[in-house]
Design a protein. Sequence first.
Lengths: 141, 362
Amino acid sequence: MSDFEPKIMTFLCNWCSYAGADLAGVSRIQYPPNTRVIRVPCSGRVDPLFILKCLQDGYDGVLVSGCHPGDCHYISGNYVARRKFAVLKKALEFMGMEPDRVQFSWVSAGEGEKFSQVISKVTETVKALGPAKKLVKRIGR
Amino acid sequence: MSGKLKIKGDPNDSIRGFLRHLLESGKIDGVFALGKTGKGLNYLLVTDKEKVDELYPLFPFMPENAANLLSRLTFSGPLPGKIAVVIKPCELRAFVELVKREQASRDNLVFISPVCGGVLDFVQYKNDALEKSVPGYMKSFAKRENAENIRPTCRACEYFIPINADITVIPAEEACEFYLNTDKAGEITKGAPGDLSDGELDEAAFEPLMGSRKAEKEKLFEELKLEDYGIKGLVEVFGKCLGCHGCMSVCPICYCALCAFESKDNEFTPPVFESELTKRGGLRVPPNTIFYHLGRITHMGISCVGCGMCSDVCPVDIPVSSIFLRSGDAVQKVFDYLPGKDIEEPVPLSTFIEDELTEVED
């Protein structure tokens, strides 16, 4: 599966990570084109259901990214997001899903370089895991 | 406050006498407990002392998780009078969870809860065989063993000794023991019939029951093999699901007025149907059956008390509650959290510690 290119859904918080991605763009930093970005008001907005839905619909990995601890625009959204994420990760493990397919990371508005590194790392990890089949819906199966 | 009250008579007789006394002396204004309505057993709220005779408060059966009902009674504020509530330990834990989630009020309620040998399953109820099963059940309970015909999750339940109850009851054939855990309990039992003495609940006496419960839990998890599910296992198990959402409506923790899975958000619009069909060539209608169950696990697994209502109401016998017990167990361990243990402790997902869980970050 050397030519496998994973599809990765990325939820970026409006205040830090989305701006970080923007900075990576205007700074012309290169990173893998495997991600699809959804901008959310805060990483705390990401319901575990969003992630499940992505995995069911055929995405190979999901990345949630928000402000660094203490920097949340809404004071504590990212802390709550981290707890929700920990729960989902545990539940996924018990549903026979590789926990590494979902990743959580802090990227601030000034970290264009880090954003590209995170994307490269997630893409590498998911690529190594191969296509997600465990949760993908297929009829008659 | 600690103390022990011994009242003669079979479990239901002795507790009826106790409740009647409380009503007569005006120490409480009402009783919320299981009672007979025709052939059925349901929860009743009784204020007339004559009606206490219709109650079967310690009957080993759960027609609905009482936490749900108490939440309906106390959602908009505490009840005006003092109510004695006789419910099972898991119902009490679920109620505490609901209080934490601001769906109920604990004020004015006195909780009386038995050391629970489990509840008889709905199969017995449907066949009118509850009464017949009780003697055998009591015999097993007296030997501190798991009875027959109880719910699978009851067999695997380690929290049969009530947490947070004002009064703990040990049901027995001849005489029941009432342990008074709080000052509130001490106050209302003053002058009650029976022998009052000092004494505390001896938890070590229930070691044999705890041993078999632990073994059953291990066996249940072993047989379930949830870790190996993947979509194949999920389709296998939930393929039978009719989508009645019965498990959701009986669940004490599922309290949302409008569930995401019953809202328009969950409906496929024509373009979504089209894109799904282009991708897969076929769909189960209505879609999202497995998504619904996975969603419920992530939404309320953290507070699941393992009462077993969901499995019992399932018309197609999907072991919903066993699956929840397993995944809930895993999720609760992350935060070292036992649902319903401490009314002051916030639900993990509503709070946070700044420096924690660094292992989930990259």
